[in-house]
Design a protein around this ligand. Structure first.
Ligand SMILES: C[S@@+](CC[C@H](N)C(=O)[O-])C[C@H]1O[C@@H](n2cnc3c(N)ncnc32)[C@H](O)[C@@H]1O
Length: 383
């Protein structure tokens, strides 16, 4: 039985801080909000901990925390961690973020504005290039909450589909290769990036995000690192729900897809074409999934539940099922298939919404098996 979800129906009215901050960060393959909301409300009470060891841009931890459930998030990708952490604990003071933004203009050097290649020339106007380089050099996004909040806004808007935004037209979700981008701009006669003032543009976006203040969230943690290591070394978290979606086997290379934002955070400018992050090797992929779920086991309460979204590719689903079986051999496991409308990878390049099929495993101890079964079968499942 299939259920179809809209892209982002949220459990809060539009004019609320929770709604406003939820959207911070464009990311590929993120959880739909109704799915997370329903899972969190069904399998946890207010105050229960939710764990996501592959948290991406943080939809599960953010929604859980906004529904009064503290959360622990882990992701290996700095871009994912930046968006998640900026949302879970944004700077309380918009004035400090704006002051830091204005400081950046003062430290731009003439050489920051120079272009190194045709991609840079066509991607950003000199004033934006200079600003991005200054931000890259100056902002201490790992340590400072104000800098991290500002960096999340810059990362969000440096690669945009808005024709009067900071960049020439990009897909806001994934970054294509420089040569593809240049070819596409030339073909569509988008030869010059917009001459937008980055400080004014970002100040406006930041103020709009803060218009209802910052969201009230249950205290949550987000860790930047490999879940195999982070979960193995951490003390037991005692979570009531493990809600996660691992990288899919041989599908998405999050590092290559985010290479422009990774550059902003300090990585090299050129896209790295080696495909090791695509998890193409099935043996290594299965070890990764096994290790993470085995380590996750000690963090999940005996009366908890596990929900894993793993796409429709059989190799991903089999790896997840096997890992779940190894970690929770006596728990009941139910499968659910869902159709999800998703923004295409290259939506900024003119490709729109598509429908993908997702497969979820819902795993629970015998005393919760009825609840897990009925959730897996609920065709009206919604927030
Ligand atoms: C399918 S995405 C999760 C998307 C997320 N549910 C959301 O709503 O944004 C899988 C995530 O796993 C992360 N990842 C891959 N290998 C990892 C590892 N060894 N440890 C932690 N995170 C990892 C990727 O960076 C990616 O963000």
């Amino acid at each position: 039985m299939m259920t179809t979800y809209g892209i982002s129906r949220l459990p809060w009215p539009v004019r609320t801080s929770q709604h406003r901050w939820y959207g911070l960060g464009r990311y590929y393959a993120m959880f739909p909000a109704p799915f997370v909301t329903s899972a969190v409300k069904t399998f946890t009470e207010v105050g229960d901990l939710v764990l996501d060891p592959f948290s991406g841009r943080g939809n599960a931890p953010y929604i859980a925390a906004a529904l009064g459930r503290p959360s622990v998030a882990v992701d290996i990708l700095p871009v994912a961690w930046l968006f998640t952490t900026a949302k879970l604990s944004p700077s309380e003071s918009v004035d400090q973020v704006l002051a830091r933004l204005r400081d950046l203009r003062k430290i731009v050097k003439p050489k920051d504005c120079r272009s190194r290649n045709v991609f840079e020339t066509m991607a950003w106007a000199p004033v934006v290039r200079g600003f991005l380089r200054a931000a890259r050099r100056e902002l201490n996004w790992k340590e400072s909450r104000v800098d991290r909040t500002l960096m999340a806004f810059i990362a969000l808007h440096m690669q945009d589909s808005n024709p009067s935004g900071l960049s020439n037209r990009f897909s806001p979700t994934v970054a294509h290769s420089p040569s593809y981008a240049v070819r596409w701009w030339k073909k569509h006669r988008l030869l010059h990036p917009p001459e937008t003032d980055p400080v004014a543009y970002l100040a406006d976006r930041i103020q709009r995000r803060y218009v209802y203040g910052v969201p009230e969230l249950a205290h949550s943690e987000s860790q930047l690192g490999d879940a195999r290591i982070e979960l193995r070394n951490a003390n037991a978290h005692n979570a009531r729900l493990l809600l996660t979606s691992p990288p899919y086997h041989d599908m998405t290379d999050y590092w290559n897809d985010q290479w422009i934002r990774l550059w902003l955070l300090g990585a090299g400018m050129r896209k790295n074409w080696n495909k090791t992050q695509k998890h193409s090797n099935l043996g290594s992929y299965r070890s990764l999934i096994n290790e993470v779920f085995t380590s996750a086991k000690k963090h999940i309460r005996n009366d908890g539940a596990v929900i894993v979204r793993c796409g429709d590719k059989p190799t991903t689903a089999e790896a997840c099922r096997e890992a779940i079986r190894l970690a929770w051999p006596s728990w009941s496991i139910f499968e659910r298939r869902t159709e999800v409308r998703r923004q295409g990878k290259a939506s900024g390049y003119g490709h729109g919404v598509r429908v993908v099929c997702e497969r979820d495993y819902i795993v629970a101890p015998s005393e919760m098996a009825d609840k897990a079964r009925s959730w897996a079968q609920d065709v009206k499942l919604d927030c």
